[in-house]
Design a protein around this ligand. Structure first.
Ligand code: SAM
Ligand code: SF4
Length: 390
C-alpha cells in the first residue's frame, strides 16, 4: 500500500462501471462545536474568511474537475453531510444540489440525503430541499433529555428534534432519519428509552444509534480526564444497546447494520454503498473518496480547500492504492457489521476455520452461505472482526 503526504496529484482512477456510484459533499460549518465531536467542522471564528458562498464556488470547481476525471458517471446516491448542512439555508441547499447536477447526471431514482440540525432546519428548509429533489433527511436528535443534551453541549431544545422530524415528513419526505447517542455519562435507562420512544412516535422510517465515543482532543475528553465526567461504561453501553434494539424492533424497525435500524424500505442506500465496497467521490474540505482501488482525502481546512481550487487543482491531501489484502480487510470489517451478513466466499481457509470458533461461541450464526452476527455478537462486533482476521 502506497501512502503519500499532501499536497499531491491524484493518480489515474479506474472506476468500476458495474458498481453503484455516489457523491458525498462535506459542509464544514457549525454554529458551535458539540463537546464530543471531532468531525472536520468549523465555527465562524475558526473559518478565517471562507464563507458559505466561497465554499459553494470551490465545490463547483471540485465537481467540475471530478466529473472530467471520471467521465461523468451516473450518480445513484448523493449524501450532503457535515458539519451542519442546514446552516446553508434553503437557497444554498438548493444551489448545492444544482451544482452536483450541473456536473453529474443523477439516476432517475437517485437517493439524495441531506443532514440537518434541529435548531437550523425549519419548514422552509425542508420544503425547499424536497422541491429541489432531495429525497431523504437525517436529523441529529441525540437525546430528548435536557440533562443529556446539556452534557453533550447541544444547543437545541429537547422538543425541537421531534418537531423538525415531523416538519420534514409534512414537507413530503418519505425518508427521514434521527441520530441518537447513548451512554452519555449520567444518562439513565429511562432517559434513553424516552428518546427512542419519541423518535419512533414521530413516524420516521430510520434511526441511527451510536455509543458515545470519547474522542481525543475534544472538550468531552478533557472533562473525562479531569474526573468531572465518568467515561462511558462498557456494560452500561451494552445494556443500553439491548434496550434500544428491543424497543425499535417492537416498533417495526429492523437492524440492517449494527448502528442502524429502518422500517422496510427505509435503509440508507448511500451508506449501504459504503459498507458494500461501493465507490464514491468525496467533495468538500476533508472529504474522503473511494473509486476503484484508489482512496483519497482532501485538505481539511476550508481555506486551504478554496485556495487549491482557485488554482484549478484538486484539493487532495493524500491517497492510497488499496492492495488486495487491504480491500479484503475492509470487506470483512464492513460486511460483518451488516444484517445481510458476511458471504462465506469472502473468507480464506484460515478465516473460515477461525469463524467456526466464533460460531461455537455464539457470536455468529450461519444463514445459508453467510455469517450473521447474533444479538450478543452485535455487542462485540469489533472483537468478532479481529478474531476472523487473525
Ligand atoms: C458529525 S454529525 C453531523 C450531523 C449534525 N451536525 C448533527 O450534529 O446532528 C453525525 C452524527 O454522528 C454522531 N456522532 C458524532 N460524534 C460522535 C461521538 N463522539 N460519539 C458518538 N456519536 C457521535 C452523532 O449522532 C451525529 O448526529
Ligand atoms: S455533532 Fe454535529 S453540530 Fe455538533 S459539532 Fe459535530 S457536526 Fe457540528
Amino acid at each position: 500500500m502506497a501512502l503519500r503526504a499532501a499536497p499531491v496529484e491524484l493518480p489515474g482512477i479506474q472506476r468500476r462501471p458495474e458498481q453503484a456510484f455516489g457523491v458525498y459533499v462535506h459542509v464544514p460549518f457549525c454554529i458551535t462545536r458539540c463537546g464530543y465531536c471531532d468531525f472536520n467542522t468549523y465555527t465562524p471564528a475558526e473559518l478565517g474568511g471562507v464563507n458559505p458562498d466561497a465554499w459553494l464556488d470551490a465545490l463547483n470547481t471540485e465537481l467540475e474537475l471530478a466529473t472530467a476525471r471520471l467521465d461523468a458517471p451516473t450518480v445513484d446516491t448523493v449524501f450532503v453531510g457535515g458539519g451542519t448542512p442546514s446552516l446553508l439555508g434553503p437557497a444554498r441547499i438548493v444551489a448545492l444540489l444544482d451544482t452536483v447536477r450541473r456536473h453529474f447526471p443523477l439516476a432517475p431514482d437517485a437517493e439524495v440525503t441531506t443532514e440537518a440540525n434541529p435548531e437550523s432546519a425549519w419548514p422552509d428548509f425542508f420544503e425547499a430541499a424536497r422541491a429541489a429533489g432531495y429525497t431523504r433527511v437525517s436529523l441529529g436528535m441525540q437525546s430528548v433529555s435536557p440533562f443529556v443534551l446539556g452534557v453533550l453541549d447541544r444547543i437545541h431544545t429537547p422538543n425541537r428534534s421531534a418537531s423538525a422530524a415531523r416538519e420534514a415528513l409534512a414537507a413530503g419526505f418519505d425518508h427521514v432519519s434521527l441520530d441518537l447517542i447513548y451512554g452519555t455519562p449520567g444518562e439513565t435507562d429511562d432517559e434513553l428509552l424516552c428518546s427512542v420512544d419519541t423518535a419512533i412516535a414521530t413516524g420516521v422510517d430510520h434511526v441511527s444509534a451510536y455509543a458515545l465515543v470519547v474522542e481525543e482532543g475534544t472538550a468531552l475528553a478533557r472533562r473525562v480526564r479531569s474526573g468531572e465526567l465518568a467515561a462511558p461504561d462498557d456494560d452500561v453501553l451494552a445494556h443500553r444497546y439491548e434496550l434500544l434494539d428491543e424497543r425499535l424492533s417492537a416498533a417495526g424497525f429492523d437492524w440492517y447494520e449494527v448502528s442502524n435500524w429502518s422500517r422496510p424500505g427505509g435503509e440508507c442506500r448511500h451508506n449501504l454503498g459504503y459498507w458494500n465496497g461501493g465507490q464514491w467521490w468525496g467533495a468538500g474540505p476533508g472529504a474522503h473518496g473511494h473509486v476503484g482501488a484508489t482512496r483519497w482525502w482532501n485538505v481539511k481546512h476550508p481555506n486551504a480547500y478554496a485556495e487549491a481550487l482557485q488554482g484549478s487543482a484538486l484539493p487532495v491531501a493524500g491517497f492510497e492504492q488499496l492492495d488486495v489484502e487491504a480491500l479484503h480487510t475492509e470487506d470483512v470489517l464492513l460486511k460483518t457489521r451488516m444484517r445481510q451478513g458476511l458471504p462465506l466466499e469472502v473468507l480464506n481457509a484460515a478465516e473460515r476455520e477461525r469463524a467456526k470458533t466464533v460460531v461455537a461461541d455464539g457470536l455468529l450464526i450461519a444463514e445459508d452461505d453467510r455469517l450473521v452476527l447474533t444479538p450478543r455478537g452485535r455487542l462485540l462486533a469489533d472483537a468478532v472482526v479481529r478474531t476472523l482476521l487473525g
